[in-house]
Design a protein around this ligand. Structure first.
Ligand SMILES: O=C(O)C1=C[C@@H](OP(=O)(O)O)[C@@H](O)[C@H](O)C1
Ligand SMILES: C=C(OP(=O)(O)O)C(=O)O
Length: 695
């Protein structure tokens, strides 16, 4: 997951590949609650691992359920949940339990209903936004039954206090009325909880007002059925929970992949999986069929958002499907503008707003007033952010019209504010296919953790950037100038990959020594041949593995440094390492640290920094590093060594160490790491178009 302050997505060109999507949030949290209310153990496979399910899992543990995650590396998302058989343990019922439910509507609403009927003392709270999301209609319905629920903050909103009511005092005879026009989750909550008390008699729920987001009620009814509860549904207006209802664990259940999450990849295919061509060996071109394949959800899904497929087709996507997969290609291009009632797909409809950026006219999305009470006011948020890109947007009380930027020049570089709303972040990643070739900045990308923590990684695995658009920041400089530390910090700040090219030379030196090959010009081609066989991995905290073995310490010795300098003077070795270094340039970007990153390896890099410090300072720093690692050294020796090394690095025939002409010079002798990092980041920021566009 990208936990950076922002994520800059370079201009993208095409999409192609297979993506396995994580589990459905709506199914995961329903199945968890139903397993918790059942007796015995339910094994849930492919559960979504995200913020929304984490808060549910934690709540279930607090309610006395045993929650055991599989330790099998192939099935880490399988969980064994042992339920409470519809009853709280007496000790738990006697004390007050505080449950924190983040911003998960699918946890807050259903748990409120279940706990109000289970008979205990609870306080339910969430993030500040959750305290602005309505729950009054559900509380009103539960109060009709005699449940005791108080608002601890604003009337109609969490946080809530729940107090026990004796089962005998519940009024189950008259139908309960619940409003259905603000959120379907209130009805879902009642449907899932009422079997707890529908023992001697039927319990009837009547829906007042138009029921929105109906397909989510379908998910609820389907899953209740799998837990042995059959509810009589009369025209989506009246639901009867039958007397004698009892949750029965199916023992084992699989969670489908999330259909709402699929919408971003369906859009990706519709926008960018077009036939292309690539150069072939004969000097001509071969055509390539690009397709995005989504695994884990398909035509047989019980999720309403699978109907996003119809909407995407209406806009021009070419989609084929199997029971649990979808294959998407670009069909009509540009996409067709549509005018659609989106009440049945409230979440996925946001993706249509992003697709509308690529349509041939004005798209209208109707009947989406519920957007206003979700993770943020989504109608307002989408309008503001789409306008930043250059679209013309009309925001109505319950609709949105989107007219894309009139032409290439009308697209604007934008820093997208994401309002702690996962869907805003995911939707706007699609703007990186803009015809102007502009990058897109997504602020607070970690907000995708609500339902899809690995979203950006999954997206990057299925897209190709416009050639040359993946940025590289080069940080070159002499030994012990601090470039490794600065480069790692810059990479971490931006969420970019890191290439420690010096380590590549150290690794090569080590591999040659271990293979008994002398490091000299005579053996250069032998060493170069070795490189092709090396399996190198850079991990966090400067960890380096060679063929699986952790060699982080071995390559940091002074001897390894000397060997690195020797191998790096061999042209054949440098040549063999060029491709290896270019391969590190991957989405979303690269910070490359070394001695010839800006001069030789990435001469067109958009930012080059030459980092230096005085020989005295560098010797001091290196001394400190070695002593901390328990490696003995003296400052005088180290200084002599590094001056010798400077002169060898600067005077070698191939790629001698010097600052690229267009590099910024940064002498950090009297500067802390934080300031050096801040300086590099500020140079980088000045190269970005975002600030200027919004100033
Ligand atoms: O029941 C569910 O799982 C959901 C219902 C929908 O909410 P509303 O019924 O409030 O529209 C949807 O937006 C939400 O993401 C999940
Ligand atoms: C509205 C959403 O979430 P919640 O389940 O919290 O209502 C959503 O995921 O888009």
């Amino acid at each position: 997951m990208f936990s950076t302050a922002f994520l800059d997505i370079p201009a993208l060109q095409s999409a192609h590949g297979e993506v396995q999507l994580p589990g459905s949030k709506s199914i995961s949290n329903r199945v968890l609650l139903l397993a918790a209310l059942s007796s015995g153990t339910t094994t849930i496979h492919d559960l979504l691992d995200s913020d929304d399910t984490q808060v549910m899992l934690r709540a279930l543990e607090q309610l006395g359920c045993a929650v055991v995650r599989s330790t099998d590396p192939a099935h880490l998302n399988s969980y064994h949940i042992t339920g409470i058989a519809g009853q709280l343990a007496p000790a738990l019922a006697a004390r007050s339990t505080a449950l924190f439910l983040g911003n998960a509507g699918t946890a807050m609403r259903p748990l409120t209903a279940a706990l109000a009927l289970l008979g205990g003392h609870f306080e339910m709270s969430g993030v500040p936004r959750m305290h602005e999301r309505p729950i009054g209609d559900l509380v009103d319905a539960l109060r009709q039954l005699g449940c005791k629920i108080d608002y601890l903050g604003n009337e109609g909103f969490p946080p809530l206090r729940i107090q026990p009511v004796a089962a005998a005092q519940l009024q189950l005879n008259a139908p309960i009325t619940v409003r259905g026009d603000v959120s379907s989750q209130f009805l879902t909550a009642l449907l899932m909880a009422l079997p707890l008390v529908a023992k001697q008699q039927d319990v009837v729920i009547e829906v007042a007002g138009e029921l929105i987001s109906k397909p989510y009620i379908h998910i609820t009814l389907e899953l209740l059925k799998r837990f042995g509860i059959d509810i009589h549904n009369e025209q989506w207006q009246r639901f009867t929970v039958r007397a004698g209802s009892r949750y029965q664990s199916p023992h084992e259940i699989h969670v489908e992949a999330d259909a709402s999450s699929a919408s971003y990849f369906i859009a990706l295919g519709a926008i960018a999986a077009s036939k292309g061509s690539k150069p072939n060996a004969q000097g001509g071109t071969t055509s390539v069929d690009r397709v995005v394949k989504v695994m884990g959800v398909g035509a047989q899904s019980i999720q309403g958002d699978i109907r996003f497929v119809e909407a995407a087709r209406a806009m021009g996507a070419a989609i084929t499907s199997g029971p649990n997969w979808l294959e998407i290609r670009r069909g009509t291009w540009p996409l067709q503008a549509i005018d659609m009632d989106c009440n049945h797909i409230p979440d996925a409809a946001m993706t249509l707003a992003a697709m509308a950026l690529y349509a041939n006219g004005t798209t209208t999305l109707r009947n989406i007033a519920s957007w206003r009470v979700k993770e943020t006011d989504r109608l307002a948020a989408m309008a503001i952010e789409l306008r930043k890109l250059g679209a013309v947007v009309e925001e109505g009380a319950d609709y949105l019209t989107i007219t894309p930027p009139a032409n290439r020049e009308a697209w604007k570089p934008a820093s997208i504010h994401t309002y702690d709303d996962h869907r805003v972040a995911m939707c706007f990643s699609l703007a990186a296919f803009n015809p102007a070739g502009l990058p897109v900045r997504i602020e607070d990308p970690k907000c995708v953790a609500k339902t899809f923590p690995g979203y950006f990684e999954a997206m990057f695995s299925a897209v190709r950037a416009v050639p040359g658009s993946v940025p590289v920041i080069c940080i070159d400089g002499p030994t012990a100038s601090g470039k490794g530390t600065v480069a790692a910090a810059v990479a971490e700040h931006l969420g970019y990959h890191l290439l420690d090219s010096g380590a590549l030379y150290r690794i090569t030196g080590l591999a040659a020594t271990r293979a008994g090959i002398p490091i000299d010009a005579e053996h250069a081609s032998q060493i170069a041949a070795l490189i092709a066989q090396m399996d190198i991995q850079f991990g966090a905290d400067q960890q380096v593995r060679l063929d699986g073995e952790d060699i982080s310490l071995a390559i940091r010795s002074e001897e390894a440094g000397m060997n690195a300098s020797l191998v790096s003077a061999l042209p054949a070795v440098r040549q063999a390492l060029v491709q290896a270094q270019h391969d590190f340039r991957q989405l979303p970007g690269l910070v490359a640290d070394g001695r010839d990153m800006g001069t030789v390896i990435f001469p067109l890099a958009p930012l080059k920094v030459y980092l230096t410090a005085s020989a005295a300072k560098r010797a001091e720093r290196r001394h400190k590093q070695l002593i901390e690692k328990g490696i003995p050294a003296t400052i005088a020796d180290l200084r002599a060594d590094l001056e010798a090394r400077d002169s060898r690095d600067m005077n070698r025939a191939t790629a001698p160490l010097h600052a690229a002409q267009d590099a910024f010079l940064l002498d950090n002798s009297e500067m802390g790491v934080d300031n050096a990092v801040a300086q590099v980041l500020s140079w980088w920021e000045k190269r970005q178009p975002f600030g200027k566009a919004q100033a």
